[in-house]
Design a protein around this ligand. Structure first.
Ligand code: NAD
Length: 493
C-alpha cells in the first residue's frame, strides 16, 4: 500500500488538501488539537476560494468519465475501498481517538461503520433504476410510444461535515455519492480534520480515478462558504448546526444548487410506567451521554411517568456515576472530552443557567479537573418546558427530565415532546403494544425507536423533520439526493 495510515507519520506533517489525486499544501496553518489534552497533535492547511476552485474544476473534469463507468466496476472500486478501510482499522481507531476525542469503544467502530456503508452502497450501483410509464402523451396510445425515466448522477457534490464521529459523518455522504456516479469535494470540519484526507487517499489507493474524490480543508466561513456559493457545484450535502444550515441555504441560492441538510436535534425520550427499567436505565442514559452528548440524535429531553420518575432518576444518576471519564486511549473510559474549550465553556454555561432557572441537578454537572475538555454526565430533574436546558441543543452530556401522569393522553404527551423546533429522533420505552404504536405515530421526528434510541443502520433512512433538516440520508433514500430524474418520451409513429 502506497499511503501510510500510521498515526505518528500522518500527524507529523501539516494536513494538506487532496485535489485531483494530489496532496496540495497551500493556505495558512492552524493547529489541530487533541481534545483529551488540549495539545496540538498536527497542523491543518486552511484552504479558501482558490483551493475550492481547483477542487471543483477537478471534480467537474472527472465527472463524465466517472458517471460512465459501468456500475459493476464502480461497485468493485467501492468494495476495494471498504477492504482497505478494514485493513487499516487499527490505525483509524487510534486516529479517531486523537482527532475526534472518541472513547475507544466508539473509535473502534469507525472503520467497520465506514466499510459497512461502502459495502451497502456498492450493492446499489446496479440497482439505481428508472421506470416505464403507461403514457398517453400527445393523445397517443401507449403502444405508439415508450415513456420512461432515467436516473442520472446529480453532478459535482460539495459535502460539508461536522466534527463529531468524523469517519461516520463523512462516509454517510462519500459512499452514496460514489455509488450514484457523482464526483465529490469534501470540506471536513476544521476541529476534526484528519479523517477526510485519509479516506480520500485510501480511495485513491483503491483505484478511484483522479478528481472523483477531492478534499479541501479549511474554516467554515472560508472554504465551506466558497464551496457552498460555487456556481459549478450542483449540490451541497451538509451536516451540522441548524444555524449554519440556514447560512448554507442562502449561500446556495446563486445557482439554485440542490441542498440537503442534516441538522441539530432536541430529541424526546418517553419512559412509561410499564417499561423494563433494567434495560431502560442504561438505554436512556446512553441516549443522552453517548459521545458526551455530542451527537445530533442525543436523547436530551426525558419525559417519565411520575410513578417511576424517582427510580429512573436514581438509576440514571448511578449509571452516570459509574461512567469512567477520560481520554479514549484508555479502554475503560466511557466519557470522552468535548471537542473544544469553547464547546466546554458553552456547556458549563448551560448547566449553570439550568440551575439558576430552577432545575435540580441530581448527577454530574462539573468540569473535570484535568487537561482537555471533560464534563461529567449530568441529569437535571424538575425541568420546565421553557427552560433553556429543555429548549436548546446542548451538544454535551446533559439530560433534562420532566414527568407526566395518568391524566395525560397520548396526544397531549406527544405534543409536549413535539414542542420543539427540531424533529430528528425520539424513543418510547414501554412493554405495551398500544402505547408503542400510538406514540411512534404521534412523535414528529424522522426516526423513532421503541425500547431503543437512535438505532443506526445503513438500510434505514435517516434525517430530520422541521428545523432538523431537509431530505433523508442512509438507505435507498440517499440515492435520491445524488441522482436526478429525466423523463424520456420516445414516439415511433
Ligand atoms: P457547524 O454547523 O458549526 O459546522 C459544520 C460544518 O459546517 C463544519 O465543517 C464547518 O466548518 C462548516 N461551516 C461553518 N460555517 C460555515 C459557513 N458559513 N459556510 C459553509 N460551511 C460552514 O456544526 P458542528 O459544531 O461542527 O457540529 C455540531 C452540529 O451538527 C450540531 O448542531 C449537531 O446536531 C449537528 N449534527 C447533525 C447531524 C445529523 O445527521 N442531523 C449529525 C451530526 C451533527
Amino acid at each position: 500500500m502506497g499511503i501510510s495510515t500510521n498515526p505518528t507519520e500522518r500527524l507529523s506533517r501539516p494536513q494538506p488538501h487532496f485535489i485531483n489525486g494530489e496532496r496540495v499544501a497551500s493556505g495558512g496553518l492552524r493547529d489541530v488539537l487533541d481534545p483529551a489534552t488540549g495539545k496540538p497533535i498536527s497542523q491543518l492547511h486552511l484552504g479558501g476560494q482558490s483551493e475550492v476552485d481547483a477542487a471543483v474544476a477537478a471534480a467537474r473534469a472527472a465527472l463524465p468519465a466517472w458517471a460512465a463507468v459501468a456500475p459493476d466496476e464502480r461497485a468493485r472500486l467501492i468494495l476495494r475501498f471498504a477492504e482497505l478501510m478494514e485493513a487499516n482499522a487499527e490505525n483509524i481507531t487510534e486516529l479517531s481517538i486523537l482527532d475526534g476525542g472518541l472513547p475507544r469503544m466508539i473509535a473502534q467502530g469507525s472503520a467497520p461503520f465506514a466499510s459497512l456503508f461502502l459495502r451497502y452502497y456498492a450493492g446499489w450501483t446496479n440497482k439505481i433504476t428508472g421506470k416505464t410509464m403507461p403514457s398517453s402523451a400527445m393523445g397517443k396510445s401507449p403502444n405508439d410510444l415508450l415513456a420512461y425515466t432515467l436516473r442520472e448522477p446529480i453532478g459535482v457534490v460539495g459535502a460539508i461535515t461536522p466534527w463529531n464521529y468524523p469517519y461516520g459523518m463523512e462516509m454517510l455522504k462519500i459512499a452514496p455519492v460514489l455509488a450514484a456516479g457523482c464526483t465529490l469535494v469534501l470540506k471536513p470540519a476544521e476541529d476534526a480534520p484528519i479523517a477526510g484526507l485519509l479516506m480520500a487517499e485510501i480511495a485513491q489507493e483503491a483505484g478511484f480515478p483522479d478528481g472523483v474524490f477531492n478534499v479541501v480543508n479549511g474554516l467554515g466561513e472560508e472554504a465551506g462558504a466558497a464551496l457552498t456559493a460555487h456556481d459549478d457545484v450542483d449540490k451541497i450535502a451538509f451536516t451540522g448546526s441548524t444555524e449554519v444550515g440556514r447560512i448554507i441555504v442562502k449561500a446556495a441560492a446563486g445557482n439554485l444548487k440542490k441542498v440537503s441538510l442534516e441538522l441539530g436535534g432536541k430529541s424526546p425520550v418517553f419512559v412509561f410506567p410499564d417499561a423494563d427499567l433494567a434495560s431502560a436505565v442504561p438505554g436512556v442514559a446512553m441516549a443522552g451521554f453517548l459521545l458526551s452528548g455530542q451527537n445530533c440524535v442525543c436523547g436530551s429531553r426525558l419525559f417519565v411517568h411520575e410513578k417511576i420518575a424517582d427510580d429512573l432518576a436514581a438509576g440514571i444518576a448511578e449509571f452516570a456515576g459509574s461512567m469512567q471519564i477520560g481520554p479514549g486511549s484508555d479502554p475503560a473510559n466511557m466519557i470522552g472530552p468535548l471537542i473544544t474549550e469553547r464547546q466546554c465553556e458553552r456547556v458549563e454555561g448551560m448547566i449553570a443557567r439550568a440551575e439558576k432557572e430552577g432545575a435540580r441537578r441530581v448527577s454530574g454537572g462539573n468540569r473535570v479537573d484535568r487537561d482537555g475538555w471533560f464534563i461529567e454526565p449530568t441529569l437535571f430533574t424538575d425541568c420546565e418546558p421553557d427552560m433553556q436546558i429543555v429548549r436548546e441543543e446542548v451538544f454535551g452530556p446533559v439530560i433534562s427530565m420532566q414527568t407526566f401522569s395518568d391524566d395525560e393522553d397520548f396526544e397531549s404527551l406527544a405534543a409536549r415532546g413535539n414542542d420543539t423546533t427540531y424533529g430528528l429522533s425520539g424513543s418510547v420505552w414501554t412493554r405495551d403494544l398500544e402505547t408503542a404504536m400510538r406514540m411512534t405515530r404521534l412523535i414528529d421526528a424522522g426516526q423513532v425507536g421503541v425500547n431503543c434510541h437512535a438505532a443506526m443502520d445503513p438500510t434505514m433512512p435517516f434525517g430530520g423533520n422541521k428545523q432538523s433538516g431537509w431530505g433523508r440520508e442512509f438507505g435507498e433514500a440517499a440515492l435520491d439526493l445524488y441522482t436526478k430524474t429525466k423523463a424520456v418520451t420516445l414516439s415511433w409513429s
